[in-house]
Structures are given as C-alpha cells and as structure tokens.
Design a protein around this ligand. Structure first.
Ligand SMILES: [Zn+2]
Length: 246
C-alpha cells in the first residue's frame, strides 16, 4: 500500500506542476500548448527541465529564477505539495483504484478553481468539465448514476432560483460547480457539502468583517469554500453518511 501512496504523491506533484501552468495561463487566455515549455513570467526565458522539477527545483533555486533572479511566488511549490497530498488522500480513502482516480481528478479541478477564483473571481469551465466527467464515471462505478443525475438537475434549478432571488448573490460558476459535483455527492452529500462551504465561508469572513478590514459590499469568492467543502465530503462520505444513520 505504501508504495502506491508514494507513486500517488509523485504523480500528484507532477500534476501540480501542470496546474501551475493552467492557473497562470487559463485566466490570461494564453494557449496551454504554445509555448509548450514553461517560461519565467518575469524575463520570459524558457525554464530548463532540471529547473522545473516539482518542489525540489524551488528549494534548489532558493525560490529565484536562475536567469533574472525573480522571486518565484511560494504558490508554485505550494500547489505542487497540495496536489501531491490530495492525490495521496484520494488513494488512501477511496474504495478502489478506479475511484481514487476520479477523486484525484476532482482534487485537481478544485485546486485549479481555488487559485483562479481567488485571483480573478471566476471559476474556469475547464475545472467544471473535469468534475462533470469524473463525477459521471464515479456515479456509474458506484451504481448511483440515476440518483445523482436527479440530484444534479435539482441542485442546478434550486441554485439558479436562489441566484435570481438574491440578485446574482451567487455566481453562475458556483451554480455549475455545485451541480456538476452532485454526481460525486448524491442528495445527502450535496446538502452536507453546502453546509460545510457556507459555515466555513461565514467563519472565514467574520474576522476581517469585525476588524472592519472589509464591509458587506466586498465580494468574496465562494468557489474555494464550495470546492473544498465538496472534496472533504466526497473523501469522508462513508463516515458522514454513518453520522446521519444512512
Ligand atoms: Zn526570470
């Protein structure tokens, strides 16, 4: 089992490295294929393969571009470490290898949308499409496709109604994200993940609100809270369902 987890971690950091490319390029409308090689956002010089090893290169380069000395944001190794850790958790908690792949795909999309939403206040459609496809595969292998399809459509309609009533209080990206995730969550999981997302969102906003650093008009991206609420629920679904006596 342990060797499987090490492989999951290594592949996770490689996918994390690719995520850094997506997080930078997708919201800036830069093609993913061109340029094929990673480049330094500051001096635009292509990065050699030996300077592009997940986590390790950041440490070896002391967090600076070899060419221009630009300080590489800590986000780069963090995304790689986070993706590696989420892949390990997926393989640790899934019931089968196939299921673990779908969990890993879910984690990949959530990390992508987290960093894009924090910076640009948008949830990229790429992440929603990956969640939808991996969620449908998950629901088929766990024999819950019909139930989760109905949950997904209901979630979409309910959130669309809330969005209309609250005068676009929640983004359309959040609506799409939540209904796509319903293929992983099912009815109970959907409610639980929405509760986790709402409570953690409120708790997180409370401190800056009380310190008057932000006011009620400040826009806070809800995508990251929703995304991580979904991931935690999917990982610990069995335990959560047992808690509700299901
Ligand atoms: Zn540079």
């Amino acid at each position: 089992m342990w060797y499987k987890l090490i492989i999951a971690f290594v592949f996770g950091t490689i996918f994390g490295s690719f995520l850094n490319v997506l997080i930078y390029r997708l919201p800036r409308n830069i093609s993913i294929a061109k340029p094929a090689r990673s480049f330094c956002p500051n001096c635009k010089k292509e990065i050699e393969w030996y300077d592009n090893i997940p986590i390790l290169s950041y440490i070896l380069l002391s967090g600076k571009c070899r060419n221009c000395g630009w300080k590489i944001p800590i986000r780069y190794p963090l995304v790689e470490l986070l993706t590696g850790s989420c892949f390990v958790l997926s393989f640790l908690l899934a019931n089968s290898t196939f299921e673990a792949f779908t969990f890993s795909a879910l984690a990949f999309s959530i990390i992508l949308l987290t960093f894009v939403d924090l910076e640009f206040m948008i949830i990229p459609d790429t992440s929603i499409v990956i969640i939808l496809i991996s969620g449908i595969i998950y629901s088929i292998i766990t024999d819950s496709f019909i139930t989760n399809l109905i949950t997904s459509i209901s979630a979409f309609l309910i959130l669309l109604l809330i969005r209309k009533l609250s005068n676009n209080g929640i983004g359309f990206g959040d609506v799409k994200l939540f209904s796509a995730s319903a293929f992983f969550l099912g009815p109970v999981g959907s409610i639980v993940s929405m509760m986790i997302a709402s409570f953690s969102g409120i708790a997180f906003v409370m401190i800056p609100l009380l310190m008057k650093k932000i006011d009620m008009k400040t826009r806070i991206p809800f995508g990251p809270f929703l995304g991580w609420g979904i991931f935690v629920t999917v990982l610990f679904k069995t335990y959560i369902l047992r808690l509700f006596g299901l």
